[in-house]
Design a protein around this ligand. Structure first.
Ligand code: 0A1
Ligand code: ZN
Length: 867
């Protein structure tokens, strides 16, 4: 290994400089063609790259090729040895003409690449991850998304270890090489940025299928996994075909290559990657059967498979000009995958899930030290900006445009966008302009959603004059200050609103779309004879925090009669929040209204079990904390426990009936999933009311389970209870699944999520378990991220939880900075906690920031969190 650079040791730019959106300049040199030749070997892979470069415009600047952990072994210009210099890690070559052919040669060590960026080894495979800036760890290249090239790739490798050789595009030739060797040549006809380059070599088997596109073209589909995992690929394949059909029907988008490959790998930093024609997936978003995967896992697989597939248009055919435009592809693609999943199952339940995620992940980000606009203004490390804001708030921004434009004009806008920008690298501004041009609607002020960070708050109050039959809705909005942004302008908030008769329970008016675009406005409704109930921000039409003045009994009534399922869910959740927050403040919290509303929901014949399961799930402790000025984790935990106990006792019979229902494990219909969801939610409440009965029922559910949803549901409840049932179930689960790494992740995660006073002891112990590893991102997150999301346990008054997570962050930072950096925000919201905890959290952040040799990923997150 002497002359191979260990990528893990590659130098990091010491000054950690920030890059600004306003500094964007078009590339000095374009690269119409790239040809790559790989001699693959885990310890030493030889990479020869040939770039055709052309001068972009009239200038005399040199060609600058980014590298990371690379040493140039040879550099040629037009076939001759060339003069070059290194500026840091950038290869600088002076060129005289308007075009040239640049050849470079490097050697890399995939097996030493623990960052999982560039070419790396995972479970005997060699695979790549290039977004955002991983290509520069493979070859010298401009490595920016606005440089699009046609790629041809030659791979050669030992045939016994790497019988399958895959890259983007179409296979054009293959053959036997010297000795045990073999080779393959791939060609991708679509120009693409380097971040979409991909390659995989290994011993893989394919689940193959075919898809006929709307114009009648045949596409070969393959999902590549280890042979033993083939039976677990059925759902991913069905999801892929459904996504391909859906994109044709809903967006008019057809697949464009003859081949579509998906590969599952066990070591992966994120969920999956949309490389052109060769998607690479974290195996947790491919592999599933009912014995090992929950309904939520199945749904996530469908959503991620669709997401990556949809990127073929929203990301690959039309890509981003620079990384500040990340939401151009991610916000739009998340919106597309959310719509797809809603169409495949229950729209209402999908919306509830998406909003819960937004509130749990994006709202805290937007009100904390790392708040940034959907289109950020600056970054130190771009991979820190693959955030809930860019992805999920970005999706909300697209959803609002559709709400404002209407379905038809929105579709015209997306057609225009794809047609106008096919083959280009463009900006969020280009997307909005296409929507404006297609619809004739001015989105000038709406653009603030891209530039202003922070979650707007809306105050709402309705006055009713029975005599005149007039109702007046008073609305006001405010956008909070965020780091670097103060004094913000009012935004355009599309609020779907209905008035419902308090007595009749009937809609008094058709739903109306109110556009609140000033700080304050009033809206009048005539002919309102009855006292109106205010049903506002239906379907969560705007991603805001709403404070509505509520008359006594209003939320209870809305929870009973609102015809909009999302609004009905919201009313019940709001009732819960009120009781939970009052309890956490030590005020008198009467559980009766919550119990009555929950009883009504459980007993309703009009509601399906899936909806009931969602509606009866109490807000997490974290979500309750987000609604309070100062978070006291003990008080919140006690308040939530008390309400769950009261509900569990009062509704024991109804809950037991719901818990008794069974849906066969091989039935993956929305109805069956709903029954299972309600079953475990009911079990949890029952156990809160009567722990001994809960433990017995949970054990019985666990033992009888014919699917992972029921099994995990029972185990999650046992995890928080004490007693022999718990220990026996965890031991049995481990014994049964210890060879299945995805299920073993659940074993770690469930223990880390347990609501128990000794969870911190348990996780410290688990970190020493022989099957724990900081090298596998899924395993590390199963323990650390689940623990840090467990508010009561993580915020242990002693500070041990903070110390544990900090130790884990520092350990994994030396191995894989991206994984480490994504965990820092859990310490970052220290200002919101009571003073003792705030001081302890801050001290751990300071310990991180003071650590020598910190990655720039973690440096950025920690230093911004301390500011
Ligand atoms: N574009 C992918 C997400 C992704 C981003 C970065 C990665 O490695 C650092 C991997 C995947 C998506 O949105 O699915
Ligand atoms: Zn994406």
């Amino acid at each position: 290994m002497s002359d191979v650079i260990d990528l893990a040791e590659a130098p990091v730019t010491p000054e950690h400089v920030a890059i600004y959106r306003q500094d964007y300049r078009p590339p000095d040199w374009l690269v119409p063609n790239v040809s790559l030749d790989f001699e693959l070997d885990p310890e030493r892979t030889r990479v020869r790259s040939k770039l055709r470069v052309t001068r972009n415009g009239d200038h005399d600047r040199p060609l600058r090729l980014a590298g990371n952990g690379l040493r140039p072994l040879a550099v040629k210009v037009d076939g001759s040895e060339a003069r070059w210099t290194l500026d840091g890690e950038t290869l600088v070559i002076e060129l005289t003409g308007i075009e040239a052919t640049i050849e470079t040669e490097v050697e890399i060590a995939p097996s030493a690449n623990s960052k999982l960026m560039g070419l790396y080894a995972s479970g005997g495979l060699l695979c790549t991850q290039c977004e955002s800036e991983g290509f520069r760890r493979i070859a010298f290249h401009p490595d920016r998304p606005d440089v699009l090239s046609r790629y041809s790739v030659r791979m050669s490798a030992d045939k016994s270890r790497f019988p399958i050789l895959l890259a983007n595009g179409n296979l054009v030739a293959s053959g036997a090489g010297e000795g045990n060797g073999h080779w393959a040549e791939w060609d991708d006809p679509f120009p693409k940025p380097s971040y979409l380059f991909a390659m995989v070599a290994g011993d893989l088997s394919a689940n193959r299928d075919r898809f006929t596109t709307m114009s009648g073209r045949e596409v070969d589909l393959a999902i590549w996994v280890r042979e033993k995992d083939l039976p677990k690929t059925r759902h991913a394949m069905e999801s892929l075909k459904a996504a391909m059909r859906w994109d044709e029907e809903v967006y008019g988008r057809e697949y464009d290559l003859d081949l579509f490959n998906i590969v599952a790998v066990d070591d992966f930093n994120f969920g999956a990657m949309e490389n052109k024609g060769l998607n690479i997936f974290n195996s947790r978003y491919v592999l599933a059967d009912e014995d090992t995967a929950t309904d939520a896992d199945f749904d996530n697989i469908a959503g991620v498979v669709a997401h990556e597939y949809f990127h073929n248009w929203s990301g690959d055919r039309v890509t981003c000009r620079d990384w500040f435009q990340l939401s151009l592809k991610e916000g739009f693609t998340v919106f597309r995958d959310q719509s797809f999943s809603g169409d495949m199952g229950s729209k209402a339940v999908k919306r509830i899930d998406d909003v819960r995620l937004l509130r749990a992940a994006q709202f805290p980000e937007d009100s904390g030290p790392l708040a940034h606009p959907v289109r950020p203004e600056s970054y130190i490390e771009i991979t820190n900006f693959y955030t809930a804001t860019v992805y999920n708030k970005g999706a909300e921004v697209i959803r609002m445009m559709r709400t404002i434009l209407g379905d038809e004009a929105f579709r015209k806008g997306s057609d225009l966008y794809f047609e106008r920008h096919d083959g280009q690298a463009v900006t969020c501004e280009d997307f909005v302009t296409a929507m404006e041009d297609a619809s004739g609607i001015d989105l000038g002020q709406f653009r603030l959603w891209y530039s202003q960070a922070g979650t707007p708050t809306v105050e709402a109050r309705i006055d009713h004059d029975a005599a005149s039959g007039q109702a007046t809705l008073h609305l006001s909005q405010a956008v909070p200050d965020t780091p670097g942004q103060t004094g913000k302008a009012p935004m355009v908030l599309p609020l779907k609103t209905a008035l419902i008769g308090a007595d009749s329970g009937e809609a008094l008016r058709e739903e109306r779309l109110i556009l609140l675009d000033r700080e304050e406005a009033t809206f009048t409704f005539d002919g309102i004879g009855e006292t109106p109930l205010l049903s506002i921000n239906r379907d969560f039409s705007a991603p805001v925090l709403l404070n509505a003045d509520r008359r006594p009994g209003e939320l209870e009534r809305l929870a009973e009669v609102d015809a909009n399922p999302f609004a009905r869910y919201e009313a019940l959740q709001e009732l819960m929040y009120r009781a939970l927050i009052a309890g956490a403040r030590g005020e008198d919290a009467d559980p009766a209204p919550v119990i009555a509303a929950m009883r009504g929901t459980l007993q309703s014949n009009a509601l399906d079990p899936a909806f009931k399961g969602e509606a009866l799930s109490m807000p997490t402790e974290g979500l309750i904390g987000d609604r309070m000025d100062l978070v006291d984790p003990e008080a919140i935990h006690a308040s939530r426990d008390a309400l769950r106990q009261a509900v569990g006792k009062a509704l024991a019979d109804d809950l037991a009936r719901a818990q008794e229902q069974h849906a066969s494990g091989d039935d993956l219909s929305p109805g069956a999933k709903g029954i299972r969801r309600l079953k475990s939610v009911s079990l949890g409440l029952l156990a809160a009311g009567d722990p001994a009965r809960g433990a017995a029922l949970a054990k019985a559910q666990y033992d009888a389970a014919d699917n992972m949803t029921d099994r995990q549901g029972a185990l999650a409840i046992l995890a928080s209870l004490g007693g022999p049932e718990r220990d026996a179930a965890f031991a049995g689960f481990h014994e049964r699944y210890k060879e299945d790494s995805l299920v073993l992740d659940k074993w770690f995660a469930l223990q880390a999520a347990a609501q128990r006073a000794d969870t911190i002891d348990v996780v410290e112990e688990l970190a020493r378990h022989p099957q724990f590893s900081a090298r596998n991102p899924n395993r590390w997150r199963a323990l650390v991220s689940h623990f840090a999301a467990n508010q009561w346990a993580f915020h242990h008054a002693s500070g041990r939880g903070y110390r544990f997570v900090t130790d884990m962050i520092l350990e994994v930072d030396r191995i894989n900075p991206q994984v480490a950096a994504r965990q820092v925000p859990s310490l970052g919201r220290w200002k919101r906690f009571e003073p003792n905890r705030a001081a302890l959290m801050r001290a751990e952040l300071e310990r991180i920031a003071a650590t020598p040799g910190l990655s720039k990923d973690v440096f950025e997150q920690a230093s911004k969190s301390l500011a």
